[in-house]
Unconditional design. Structure first.
Length: 278
């Protein structure tokens, strides 16, 4: 293609405007925390201690009591997660959780009937109203993932971890988070990463129920990684993720995340706020 001088000047002007706007966007995002991703209150209800995200981390990492983990996926019509997302989650949990009887994922279509946007309390209420099993039953650990219609009260948040066994992923917001250029990352790729990210919080990442021996928590975004190659990277929770990371999104725990989980399991770091300990 031949570009004359006038066109080159116009192209340079347009690219300069785009770069400036992009820089402003990044600056704003860097100043905005994502505390809405994690509810850090110690929750109780119905006589049950529901704990904080990470409160059942040792129950997952250790096999002396719980030999199997079941992930209950409850979704509203039209919001069933992609099989690639749940398959990936199963792989990631098998990588880090000591469960000789395996990782199982079940699916139930339901109607939550929530009106308006969702709060952490809404997620907890509807999760426990629809929960098929208590989190700790015999030798099986049960975690729950909600895929509801609607958005979180902070509609820039894609998912939340609200107690020791419960997370929610907001499909409408995930759809909004796909990349603006050539559809990369796709909504499916965003969902893949966000699902693993939120369940990573149930594992206690990053520094929710322990203090890492490695410096990798982002100082501006507590309980998130500062490594953009980790699935626990802070921006994974943001609807603007497609503007921050183009192409492939991280969907794996990085070496620092894996070291944290190993240190927790082996007793190299103190793990607190646990609903069960070996």
């Amino acid at each position: 293609m031949v570009v004359n001088f006038e066109n080159r000047e116009r192209l340079a002007y347009i690219m300069g405007r785009v770069q400036t706007q992009f820089s402003v966007l990044i600056a704003v995002l860097m100043l905005t925390g994502l505390s809405g991703c994690i509810s850090d209150e110690m929750i109780s209800g119905g006589g049950e201690k529901r704990g904080i995200p990470g409160g059942l981390a040792l129950a997952c990492l250790d096999s002396s009591k719980y030999t199997e983990i079941v992930i209950e996926v409850d979704y509203e019509e039209g919001y069933q997660p992609k099989s690639s997302s749940t398959d990936l989650l199963k792989q990631r949990l098998e990588q880090v959780c000591d469960k000789p009887d395996g990782v199982t994922i079940t699916f139930t279509e339901t109607v939550f009937g929530n009106q308006g946007s969702w709060t952490s309390d809404d997620v907890r209420y509807h999760a426990w109203e629809n929960k098929e099993n208590q989190p700790q039953t015999s030798s099986t650990l049960h975690w729950q993932v909600l895929f509801p219609s609607g958005t979180y009260s902070d509609d820039s948040v894609l998912g939340v971890a609200v107690d020791a066994s419960t997370v929610a992923i907001f499909g409408d917001s995930v759809e909004e988070a796909k990349g603006p250029f050539f559809g990369r990352p796709s909504a499916e790729e965003v969902e893949n990463s966000v699902l693993v990210h939120e369940v990573g919080h149930l594992l206690g990442l990053v520094n929710i129920v322990y203090q890492s021996l490695v410096e990798h928590e982002d100082p501006d975004h507590p309980n998130h990684s500062d490594n953009d190659e980790s699935v626990m990277y802070w921006a994974i929770d943001s609807t603007s993720i497609g503007n921050i990371i183009s192409g492939d999104l991280p969907n794996e725990f990085d070496q620092d995340d894996l070291k944290d989980l190993t240190d927790m399991k082996n007793g190299n770091v103190e793990v607190y706020d646990q609903l069960w300990t070996p």
